[in-house]
Design a protein around this ligand. Structure first.
Ligand code: ANZ
Ligand code: ZN
Length: 804
């Protein structure tokens, strides 16, 4: 009898062994084909690893371990996305420097990850808060600045009242701060912006060439939000002023019965003298300023607005005078900030028109526009529309755009929902923006040789109430000289958002210790693109889009060799608490991985994370399920007691073994880890049913199971004396010819008379036949409900059922 399975001793032993042997470090040579597997690098929070991290990490660990066995040079790196608010807030509260907190958290995370046995290359760790790293984050920013893709603007920003910090649109979820859940209001601030909008079309087109799961592509496309339409000028009655609108439905121009401007639209101030109810207009504008875009567009079921008294516009096709309103459902930041309202065919306009008693004129036939807006564009035919009458919507669009262009009052126009990226944060714990402001020279970049601009030591990290960065009160640091003219100048005190460091970390892994450039081209050419990137759906419109943008920019500038950073992107489902709710401290349903590992071992923990359910689905944690995985490994361990001397695969198990090689190999690639594991469980059951197995049978199981449960399999491998460790073995291949069991046709007799024939496996034993054959439908039919008195099975020949 072997000794009982003792995971903690085995796991410690193999983790040390791997480390000493540098088992998982990427090879410097470029001779082999490469595989670059990537997981989102963790934010080293004080809470330590949660059970969600290992789900993504184990999945790609399985793929990377398999790739090494397939002969690839594998890069599977890890690092730390360590700037950001939670650490800073903790540092403020506990009066420690965020750098110290960060280091402690990273050390804790690393130790936790090592205990789970991930095959990361720890020699390539990156840390976004390391000056050697953020030097290059600052360098990329300066390149963007040089190209005019970073600019400063007075922007109404999303302001989190609790973080006291501006947020990107992407960071406002459901109207509240994505991080802290705090109230988000709008505030006008001078901010550094990145012109991601210049890359909107490229970011969209690039999606055609990559292998991202469909829902990720859909979300990116929606976020970029390309729309095609026209800009049209409406005249203001009694003035030369025009109001330009953006519309996706120029075909409905004859149905435009009023106009709506965003409350912030400049025309309101220009026409101040003519607006009779200016006070009322200002009051409404002040109200709207307090709301986020989300509240204005998504939440506002009830339309509000104010008519600009004394002002009318002229519909350019009908020539009729129409009223002009301001309303917060029109955003100043989209299109031209003004719309032509077509209540008959736009739901928002319809609701507004109903509320304000405005005319609803049908111009596309097919619905009942007094009941609701008719928004169908595929079948409708134009009516009440002069020269457009009788045309279908698509033709009408073409015709009217040509007409507008001829008359010089409109043009075709493509718009994107994507907004420029608000890139400044008024916090301490981030990369300083490497710019200096000189009254004479304007914004001047810090010279490249002076990078990195280090974060200065401050006594107080608290955000200031004025909304300025804590760096702004450090006069010694702020006051400097202009690199251009040598005169007195001031440093930018805003820092970069957390998304900066994570926008290019996958590049740094490729050449992490390079002091001369962000990574050498030769290395980038070999390793890029990332072959497989797995991460959370929550990063689809943030990190994934931002990093693709930076990468495309670096590609255009010649610093990276591929137009896209990631060839393949997959996403894992969240692990929920046992009660099916999101895991959170406040709900008290958080599972601590350390405790689970102490109880069942890292291999069982990994196995459970992969077995608990379909990889892309959200699954509640089950402690019983986790223990079940441990029991499976106990059974695997005890297979050592069932070994006979045979080195080949048992004849009897041959088909199942080959089926298992195929299924496990293919399911791993499809991230169907749960069904791969179920297949191995079946195999182990059959091993037990067989009573004994060959060394060859066990050998095969260990190879297949190794990527999921690397420690136990290496240990058993070593104890069996199978030679070089598994991580240096080749991935097994299945034999197509051995996937099907050989079968024979046999006669079925009922009480001695031949009544039919059935097909059975050639090697079927008496016991198997007696157990399985009476259940067969064909046999049941022949028995016709009679009681079976006796079964006689002659292997390969016949089955005789004696009935009473
Ligand atoms: C007239 C019209 C008639 C419209 C109709 C739609 C349907 P997407 O697809 O999102 O680009 N719009 C334009 N600018 C806007 C702004 N700043 N705030 C709010 N709404 C705005 O949609 C563009 C459509 O949204 C435009 O086409 C405009 O309404 C509205 F039957 O113009 B439409
Ligand atoms: Zn100067």
């Amino acid at each position: 009898m072997t000794t009982p399975y003792n995971p903690s001793a085995i796991e410690r032993k193999w983790q040390k062994n791997w480390e000493d042997a540098h088992a998982f470090e990427a090879e410097a040579s470029h001779d082999k084909p490469k595989f670059y597997g990537l997981i989102e690098f963790p934010y080293p929070s004080g809470a330590g690893l949660h059970v969600g991290h290992p789900r993504s990490n184990t999945a790609l660990d399985i793929i990377c371990r398999k790739r090494r066995m397939e002969g690839y040079n594998v890069l599977y790196p890890i690092g730390w996305d360590a700037f950001g608010l939670p650490t800073e807030n903790y540092a403020i509260k506990n009066h420690v420097h965020p750098a110290i907190v960060t280091k402690q958290n990273i050390d804790h995370f690393r130790e936790q990850l090592k205990k789970i046995g991930f095959s990361f290359d720890y020699t390539r760790e990156v840390n976004t808060t390391d000056p050697k790293y953020y030097k290059w984050t600052q360098w990329i920013f300066l390149k963007l600045f040089e190209k005019g893709l970073a600019y400063k603007a007075e922007m109404p920003v999303n302001w989190c009242t609790s973080c006291k910090c501006g947020l990107a649109n992407e960071e406002v979820v459901g109207g509240v701060c994505e991080r802290c859940g705090g109230e988000v209001i709008r505030k006008v601030k001078s901010q550094w912006m990145l012109k991601i909008t210049d890359y909107a079309q490229k970011l969209l087109d690039g999606l055609d060439d990559v292998d991202f799961i469909e829902k990720v592509k859909v979300q990116q496309r929606n976020w970029i939000g390309r729309s095609e339409g026209a800009e049209v000028d409406f005249g203001v009655a009694g003035s030369d002023r025009k109001i330009r609108v953006y519309t996706t439905r120029p075909d409905t121009l004859f149905g435009a019965t009023y106009m709506v401007l965003a409350p912030e639209h400049p025309l309101v101030d220009e026409m101040k003298a003519r607006i009779e109810n200016y006070e009322e207009v200002l009051a409404y504008r002040a109200q709207a300023a307090k709301k986020s875009d989300f509240e204005r567009t998504e939440l506002a079921k009830d339309k509000t607005g104010v008519k600009l008294e004394g002002l009318t516009a002229i519909n350019p096709v009908t020539g009729s005078e129409i009223p002009v309103f301001i309303s917060d459902y029109v955003l100043v930041t989209y299109g031209t900030g003004a719309i032509m309202a077509v209540p008959a065919h736009d739901t928002r306009d319809w609701e507004f028109a109903r509320k304000f008693g405005l005319p609803i004129v049908e111009v596309v036939a097919g619905g009942n526009v007094q009941e609701e807006a008719y928004t169908d564009v595929s079948d409708g035919v134009l009516v009440n529309s002069g020269f457009l009458d009788g045309l279908r919507v698509a033709e009408a669009k073409k015709t009217i755009i040509e007409w507008l262009q001829e008359k010089g009052i409109g043009t075709r126009k493509v718009n994107f929902k994507l907004r420029d990226w608000v890139f400044s944060r008024q916090r301490y714990w981030g990369e300083p923006i490497p710019l200096i402001h000189c009254d004479k020279c304007g914004w001047v970049p810090v010279p490249e040789k002076e990078l990195p601009v280090l974060l200065p030591e401050v006594d107080n990290y608290e955000p200031t109430d004025s909304g300025e960065s804590p760096l702004s009160v450090m006069t010694d640091w702020v006051n400097t000289t202009c690199p251009h003219c040598g005169g007195p100048a001031k440093r930018e005190t805003d820092t970069m958002p957390q998304w900066a460091g994570s926008s290019w970390y996958f590049l740094r892994y490729i050449d992490p210790h390079n002091d001369d450039m962000l990574a050498a081209m030769e290395e980038l050419k070999y390793w890029l693109p990332v072959d497989w990137y797995n991460g959370g759906m929550e990063h689809t419109t943030l990190h994934l889009l931002y990093s693709r943008f930076w990468h495309k920019f670096l590609y255009d500038e010649g610093y990276v060799p591929t137009p896209e950073p990631y060839q393949k992107r997959t996403s894992h489902g969240m692990i929920l608490g046992a009660n099916g709710e999101k895991m959170s401290k406040s709900r008290g349903n958080v599972i601590n991985p350390d405790e689970t590992i102490a109880e069942i071992g890292a291999d069982a923990f990994r196995l459970y994370e992969m077995f608990m359910g379909a990889f892309d689905q959200a699954i509640p944690w089950s402690t019983e399920g986790a223990r079940g995985c441990r029991r499976f490994l106990d059974r695997v361990w005890r297979l050592q007691d069932m070994l006979n001397e045979g080195e080949g695969i048992s004849k009897k198990l041959e088909t199942l073994v080959h089926q298992t090689i195929k299924k496990v190999s293919e399911d791993y690639e499809k991230m169907k880890f749960n069904t791969a594991i179920a297949q191995m469980m079946t195999l182990v059951n059959e091993f037990y049913a067989a009573g004994q197995i060959t060394r060859g049978d066990l050998r095969m199981l260990l190879l297949l199971l190794n990527p999921v449960a690397p420690h136990i399999t290496e240990e058993m491998w070593a104890q069996c004396g199978f030679g070089e460790p598994i991580y240096r073995q080749s991935w097994p291949k299945w034999d197509e010819n051995k996937l099907q069991e050989a079968t024979v046709e046999i006669a079925v007799q009922i009480s001695g008379k031949v009544r039919g024939r059935i097909t059975v496996p050639a090697g079927m034993t008496r016991e198997q036949a007696e157990r399985e054959l009476p259940e067969r439908e064909e046999v049941q039919r022949l028995i016709a409900g009679k009681a079976i008195k006796k079964l006689i099975y002659v292997p390969g020949r016949l089955l005789n059922v004696v009935v009473g």
